[in-house]
Design a protein around this ligand. Structure first.
Ligand SMILES: [Mn+2]
Length: 273
C-alpha cells in the first residue's frame, strides 16, 4: 500500500521538522510530471530504511511530521502562492522540508521562511524568463535573488546556461560553481555550510542517478558526491524539486526519498549540536 506521508510520519504541529508536499506544476517546458513527485517520493520512502549508514544515525520519526500537500492551483502561480503563504502562517515550521513540484515553488518558500542565505543545487542557472512567464521553473534563481538579494545566493552544479544568462549572473553578482569545477575541486562544497536554506533541483544530479526530471542534463554530480556534502550542509529549511517520477520504484523517486532522509537526519544532528 502506498503511504500517504513521508516515512509514514503523522502530523503533529509541534514537531521539530515539518514535511510538506507542493505538487505545483504549471510551467514545465520539457519533461512533465512534477505534480506527482510528492506522491512517488513518499511512496518510495516506504522502502527506504530510516537508518543512514553514511551518517551512522537514523530518522527520529517522533520529531517529524508530515503536513500533507499544500493546496496548489495548476497553472496559477498567484493563487498557489497565496494558499501556500496562508498555510505556512498556520504551520509556522521551525524547520521545513518541502517536496516539489516545479522549482518556482522555492521562491514562495523563501518569501515565507525568510532564510539568511540560499544555496541552490541545479544544472541550470535559472535566470531566464520562459515564454514571458515571470514565475517559471526556468527563472527560479532570479525570483529567489529578487527576494533576498543575489549576494545571499549561490548555485552549485550549473552546467547548462546561455551566454546571456552567464552575462546576467556576472551583472547580478550571482556566485555559481559548475559541476566541472566541483568535480575538479570538491573543496568548493565547504562553502555550503554558509547557507541556511537548501534548494535541491533533482537535475543537479547526473541523469544516470536522477533520470526523471523536467530538464535532464548530462555531466552532473554523481549521487555519491552528495554523501560527501552532507556533513557540510547546515540547512534549517530545504526543498527537493523538479523530479518527474512515473512510478513508486522510479530511481529519481527513490533517490529523492534517500536525499530527504539524509537531510532530515542532518537537520536533527544540527539541532543537537
Ligand atoms: Mn531549477
Amino acid at each position: 500500500m502506498i503511504p500517504a506521508t513521508l516515512f509514514r510520519t503523522r502530523f503533529a504541529k509541534k514537531a521539530e521538522t515539518i514535511i510538506a508536499g507542493a505538487p505545483f506544476e504549471s510551467t514545465t517546458s520539457f519533461g512533465f510530471g512534477t505534480r506527482f513527485a510528492p506522491l512517488y517520493i513518499r511512496a518510495a520512502s516506504d522502502a527506504t530504511t530510516h537508518y543512514s549508514p553514511f551518517q551512522k544515525k537514523g530518522l527520529e520519526p517522533n520529531k517529524l511530521s508530515d503536513w500533507g500537500d499544500f493546496q496548489v492551483y495548476p497553472g496559477n502561480f498567484a493563487d498557489t502562492r497565496n494558499s501556500m503563504l496562508h498555510e505556512l502562517t498556520e504551520i509556522k515550521p521551525k524547520s521545513l522540508l518541502t517536496l516539489g513540484g516545479e522549482h518556482s515553488i522555492s521562491a514562495i518558500l523563501v518569501e515565507a521562511l525568510k532564510p539568511k542565505r540560499v544555496a541552490v543545487l541545479d544544472a541550470h542557472l535559472d535566470l531566464e524568463e520562459f515564454a514571458g512567464i515571470k514565475h517559471s521553473h526556468a527563472r527560479a534563481v532570479k525570483s529567489i535573488g529578487e527576494l533576498i538579494g543575489f549576494d545571499k545566493l549561490a548555485v552549485f552544479g550549473a552546467r547548462s546556461f546561455s551566454e546571456a544568462e552567464k552575462q546576467d549572473a556576472v551583472e547580478l553578482g550571482l556566485e555559481y560553481y559548475t559541476s566541472f569545477e566541483i568535480a575538479e575541486d570538491p573543496t568548493i562544497l565547504k562553502k555550503l555550510s554558509n547557507y541556511d536554506y537548501l534548494s535541491i533541483d533533482m537535475d543537479f544530479f547526473d541523469p544516470a542517478d536522477s533520470p526523471d526530471v523536467g530538464t535532464p542534463e548530462p555531466f552532473g554530480i554523481g549521487a555519491e558526491m552528495f554523501l560527501k556534502m552532507i556533513g557540510k550542509l547546515k540547512p534549517k529549511h530545504a526543498d527537493i524539486v523538479e523530479a518527474t517520477p512515473k512510478s513508486v520504484t522510479d530511481p529519481t523517486a527513490v533517490l529523492g526519498a534517500v536525499i530527504a532522509r539524509e537531510i532530515l537526519i542532518r537537520m536533527s544532528s544540527l539541532r543537537r549540536q
